[in-house]
Design a protein around this ligand. Structure first.
Ligand SMILES: [Zn+2]
Length: 198
């Protein structure tokens, strides 16, 4: 994995709504939820956090109190290291085989929650990376994920898809048959990906 040092000025440029530097998340709906097991918790939190434009991760394996059987699972904001964001949600069971409930939390991010980066953030390094990924994958969702991880961005697959299509058209000029295949793959991809993504 490559690491980039982000200076405060760079971060300002990257972040369109930097004026509002904190974001409070309405946690109320979680308070009335229970989750059957850690897998259920993981799946539901993935959907919930995506709906709030945040990325959360489990800190480690869950902790279990041997004496009480209480299990503790905590999710942190993906910006925990980058901006020292204190956002977290901690879930506990009331015994070893009981569902998980929200136990404690800090529901304020110290950064704004970005929606998606638009195509103005597709700089030449990003474009080069998309180009290098084209022969590996024709799935715009997978390529977007790889790009987002590598460049710490949040591109919607649609934005990546347009870039892939453009690159595909360039190829089209070079080799008609190959490009035609690629374009039809991308068109098929678009239809399939939107079903998966929505
Ligand atoms: Zn955060």
């Amino acid at each position: 994995m490559m690491c980039y040092k982000v200076s405060p000025t760079q971060r300002m440029r990257d972040n369109e709504s930097e004026e509002d530097k904190s974001a409070e998340v309405d946690i109320k709906p979680l308070k009335s939820c229970s989750f059957q097991d850690r897998e259920d918790l993981k799946e539901m939190m993935k959907k919930w956090s995506a709906s709030k434009n945040m990325k959360l991760y489990f800190d480690s394996k869950e902790r279990e109190n041997i004496a009480t059987g209480i299990k503790v699972s905590t999710l942190f904001c993906s910006n925990k290291t980058k901006t020292e964001c204190k956002f977290y949600v901690e879930f506990r069971t009331k015994g070893s085989d009981n569902p998980y409930y929200l136990h404690t939390y800090h529901n304020v991010h110290n950064h704004s929650l970005l929606k998606y980066h638009n195509s103005s953030a597709i700089v030449s390094e990003v474009l080069e990376e998309i180009k290098s990924l084209l022969p590996i994958s024709n799935s715009c969702t997978k390529v977007a994920e790889a790009i987002n991880n590598r460049f710490s961005k949040n591109f919607h697959p649609r934005v990546i898809y347009y870039q892939m299509q453009k690159l595909g058209e360039l190829e089209f000029e070079k080799a008609t048959d190959d490009a035609q295949i690629l374009i039809s793959l991308l068109e098929r991809d678009e239809k399939e990906e939107w079903i998966l993504f929505c």
